[in-house]
Design a protein around this ligand. Structure first.
Ligand code: NAD
Ligand code: UGA
Length: 466
């Protein structure tokens, strides 16, 4: 770690999608702070220290290269990192618990607890501990109890500073956030710690975007933000089902509805449903909290957001089956995209995983292509039985296919030569656009039978009757 004199030392525990990029941005804007990102995974840390970073995020690599070895360090020496730090960010994963009490809903807090214990064991001076991982409301209380247990004279001040960045636009979101939220205890030492964090963010975030609240409001606001975003997606997706049977067009409906400034146009893109590591997990967490506090109807309300998301993927597969004469046995289906959204290699809870599994159950042959997510796709499907191939070249993926199903709206899929693709496919050629990303009229004119989310079918079969 650096020999230079730094005004402050930051450690971050958890070198994942959040820890790596957030600390890189802080290191870039605060050259006088030493920032050390720590992880238990040697492989991950080795990759952060190499040219082959463990995550793909536009703009990340050049920013890492600018600061790495200067004031940004990646290390597995967690104990030393803790000892040296004045401020410790916690960005470990908080997945849904898959065992015991609350399985399938509650958050698995074991990594948070392990981290808290390690901080306590290795601290020889007072520290500010910043929760950046998404955790249940009042988790700071648990953290506080662990950190201050026993007869330790060291004081820890806990802050909540949830992360709102979205993958694929992570660097942009962190450099230009809508807001930065900091929750603290309403005590003089709590406010002093909060001001330390404000000093970091105000290097690049306008003061009016720095929101300060109490700890519990901050923790809860993160869950609520994700729940509201996911709710909008399920709302428009629920309407897409109705559009498909009424000849309304969901994009036109979304445009008309979103023009109302009280509603707004964002997050109204109908599609296959939301994926990613957080929406499902955080809503499940919210549901669990509601049930825990005896608020079952509120939990039921949020459960419906997930139910509609699952239904959306089922409906997509049912539409494929119905269109392809009620059977896909032995038919080659090319999946265009596998990442849960474009500009990331992340496939956690990607709709493509669920759709692939359903299609494999129907005995389709799958050929999956994606510019950045093929290795993750391979891992996600390694336990599945059936005929699956992985192909980097979308033209080859589509060769001899009966259908293309677009799963992720990678921009490069808009500029492919669909005449060439059509010519290489089995006929009739089907195209199912799960993200309403392609030019449906042009594809139809080429001879495809086109099915898009929340839009009437465009088939060659009934042209005479249209
Ligand atoms: P991740 O799985 O990519 O990274 C977590 C890292 O923590 C892993 O590298 C893991 O090895 C490490 N880790 C686990 N236990 C550890 C321990 N005891 N000591 C040291 N390292 C340990 O997860 P992520 O996507 O970065 O998410 C982290 C948190 O941030 C979650 O709570 C998530 O809900 C939240 N969040 C994620 C995003 C996102 O876009 N991914 C956005 C906002 C908030
Ligand atoms: C989301 C939130 O947007 C972030 O603010 C939050 O910090 C993060 O979760 C988190 O807590 O992890 P992310 O999951 O990275 O970010 O990506 P989004 O852009 O929100 O997309 C999530 C999913 O919703 C994707 O599968 C996307 O395709 C889908 N989506 C999004 C739609 O189907 N329609 C839309 O209009 C928008």
């Amino acid at each position: 770690m650096g020999e230079q004199k730094f005004t402050r030392k930051i450690a971050c525990i958890g070198a994942g999608y959040v820890g790596g990029p957030t600390m890189t941005v802080i290191a870039n804007f605060c050259p006088d702070y030493q920032v050390t990102v720590l992880d238990i995974s040697q492989e991950k840390i080795d990759r952060w220290n190499s040219d082959d970073l463990p995550i793909y995020e536009p703009g990340l690599k050049e920013r890492v290269l600018k600061a790495r070895g200067q004031n940004l360090f990646f290390s597995t020496d967690i104990d030393r990192g803790i000892q040296e730090a004045d401020i410790i960010f916690v960005t470990v994963n908080t997945p849904t618990k898959n065992f015991g009490e609350g399985a399938g809903k509650a958050v698995d807090l074991q990594y948070i607890e392990q981290t808290a214990r390690r901080i306590k064991e290795n601290s020889k001076s007072d520290k500010i501990v910043v929760e950046k991982s998404t955790i249940p409301v009042r988790a700071a209380e648990t953290l506080n109890n662990i950190l201050h247990s026993g007869n330790n004279s060291i004081r820890f001040e806990i802050l909540s500073n949830p992360e709102f960045m979205a993958e694929g636009t992570g660097i942009h979101d962190m450099e230009n956030p809508d807001r930065v939220l900091i929750g603290s205890m309403n005590t003089p030492s709590g406010q002093e710690a909060r001001d330390e964090l404000i000093k970091i963010y105000e290097r690049w975030v306008p003061r009016e975007k720095l929101i300060t609240t109490n700890l519990w409001s901050s923790e809860l606001s993160k869950l609520v933000s994700n729940a509201f975003l996911a709710q909008r997606i399920s709302s428009i997706n629920s309407i897409s089902g109705l559009c498909e049977v009424t000849d309304a067009d969901v994009d036109e409906v979304a445009l008309a509805v979103g023009k109302d400034t009280r509603i707004g146009p964002k997050f109204l893109r109908a599609g296959l449903g939301f994926g990613g590591s957080c929406f499902r997990k955080d809503i499940l967490n919210l549901i669990y909290l509601c049930e825990h506090f005896g608020l079952q109807p509120i939990g039921d309300f949020w459960q419906q957001v997930i139910a509609i998301n699952d239904f959306q993927m089922q409906r997509f597969v049912q539409r494929i089956l119905k269109a392809m004469f009620n059977t896909v046995v032995g038919k080659k289906i090319a999946l265009f995209g596998f990442a849960f959204k474009p500009d990331t290699g992340d496939t956690r809870d990607a709709p493509a995983i669920h759709v692939s599994k359903m299609l494999l159950k129907e005995k389709a042959r799958l050929c999956i292509t994606d510019p950045h997510a093929l290795s993750n796709a391979q891992k996600d499907l390694e336990e599945e039985e059936g005929d699956i191939t992985f192909e980097t070249d979308p033209y080859k993926a589509a060769e001899g296919a009966h259908a293309i199903a677009l799963m992720t709206e990678w921009s490069q899929y808009q500029t492919l030569d669909y005449r060439r693709i059509f010519d290489s496919m089995e006929k009739p050629a089907f195209l199912f656009d799960g993200r309403n990303h392609l030019d449906h009229q042009a594809l139809f004119d080429l001879g495809f039978n086109v099915y898009a989310i929340g839009k009437p079918d465009r088939t060659q079969f009934d042209q005479g009757s249209q």
